[in-house]
Design a binder for this molecule. Structure first.
Ligand code: SF4
Length: 377
């Protein structure tokens, strides 16, 4: 199969891009500071066949735990810096790759320019023999880009990725990959195509973020991967599914199965109306989940809303306060989970927070109101 002629990026023992087999990765969903659980999770994901395992780090305590996990596994490790890019100094010695989100670089050290912050990340990566991922995400787009493109997410995420590639290249740092993720598979396809057209040399990490639960989450991801990989786009993949911790290896086996089908020419057709009707998106969960009832809640929301199957309604269920508030904005109804309560939103409007026992009934009131307002499809 034809592949874009991307640069080779070394990540620990594996190569991404440059004609290497498409790498499959996943992310630990356990609390990083629970070292036993995180080591078990890394081993479980590795045993499922992952080339790379990612861990989220939000604090110095998480970094201490990461160092312990690093000492106890030989997995190729990547880390998700999210909002606190400054942790790169402490994190880089322990990992093979660091992901930063251009949309989160404005949170800390507001007196420093984006160039300075990216320069710091590139220096830390260089110093500790790490690769970087520029991970742009629909739910946390650089506000400057949103303004420049008048709220057009797709143009904004592509421009943000291109800007950071130019910055890193200008600094002489080329050991990076890029990802452009959205929960809408069509936007993932469009954004990655637009990016690859401008930068066919940069390796791409593909994923549909918050794809949700199987089987729907697998179908959305498969469709996106088929469209892109068959077109030569994509050097590493992550399937994001909402699953219990002990089933997280499924993200890897599903990723491998999709790649094998694409390589074998076994494509699924894309029937008209794939995206019509009820659409439930939910995050794959990670160490930031503050209450594990989130996973049951995602499943309960799906079961409770079966009666609304025929209605074009999108409900987003997110596991934490870090990405939950932003990544529910585009849904008709959004739920993001805190330690003891679930926050409910109608589009970007906050409706209040409810206990885990109350939230389903409250959500149903909103679903019924939407159905009444819109009528049946
Ligand atoms: S929404 Fe929060 S809990 Fe879910 S994957 Fe994203 S960061 Fe992790």
């Amino acid at each position: 199969m034809r592949r874009n002629p991307t640069r080779a990026v070394q990540v620990g023992a594996i190569q991404i891009g440059g004609g290497a087999p498409i790498a499959v990765q996943s992310m630990a969903a356990t609390r990083t500071q629970d070292i036993e659980a995180t080591v078990r999770q890394v081993e479980l994901i590795q045993a499922a066949g992952a080339d790379l395992v990612r861990i989220a780090v939000d604090s110095s305590k998480d970094v201490e735990a990461l160092a312990e996990v690093r000492a106890r596994t030989n997995a190729t490790l990547s880390v998700d810096l999210q909002e606190n890019y400054r942790l790169a100094r402490e994190v880089a010695p322990h990992v093979d790759k660091m992901r930063y989100n251009p949309g989160h670089l404005h949170h800390h050290e507001k007196d420093k320019s984006i160039d300075q912050k990216v320069g710091f990340l590139a220096d830390m990566a260089e110093l500790h023999d790490c690769a970087l991922r520029v991970g742009v995400n629909c739910g946390s787009v650089d506000p400057r880009m949103m303004e420049r493109y008048d709220g057009d997410h797709e143009q904004a995420i592509v421009a943000s990725a291109i800007e950071h590639c130019d910055l890193l290249d200008g600094m002489g740092f080329q050991r990076y990959v890029v990802s452009l993720k959205d929960s809408d598979w069509k936007k993932v396809v469009a954004a990655n195509r637009a990016f690859a057209k401008q930068r066919p040399d940069v390796p791409l990490h593909l994923g549909v973020t918050e794809a949700g639960m199987p089987p729907d989450g697998i179908i959305k991801t498969r469709v996106a991967f088929e469209q892109l990989i068959a077109d030569g786009i994509g050097d590493t993949v992550r399937v994001s599914l909402t699953l219990p911790f002990e089933d997280k290896g499924k993200e890897v086996t599903v990723g491998r199965a999709i790649l094998s089908d694409i390589a074998g020419g076994r494509f699924r057709s894309v029937p008209p109306g794939l995206d019509e009707g009820l659409n439930i998106i939910s995050c794959p969960s990670c160490s930031r989940v503050e209450n594990e009832r989130f996973i049951d809640l995602a499943q309960d929301v799906k079961a409770m809303t079966t009666y609304a199957q025929e209605h074009d309604i999108t409900i987003a269920v997110m596991g934490c306060r870090v990405n939950g508030p932003g990544e529910t904005d585009d849904a008709d109804l959004g739920l993001w989970c805190g330690p003891t309560a679930v926050n409910l939103k109608r589009g970007p409007e906050a409706l209040g927070h409810y206990s885990y026992d109350e939230i389903l009934d409250r959500l149903k009131v909103e679903v019924d109101a939407l159905i009444a307002a819109r009528g049946a499809r």
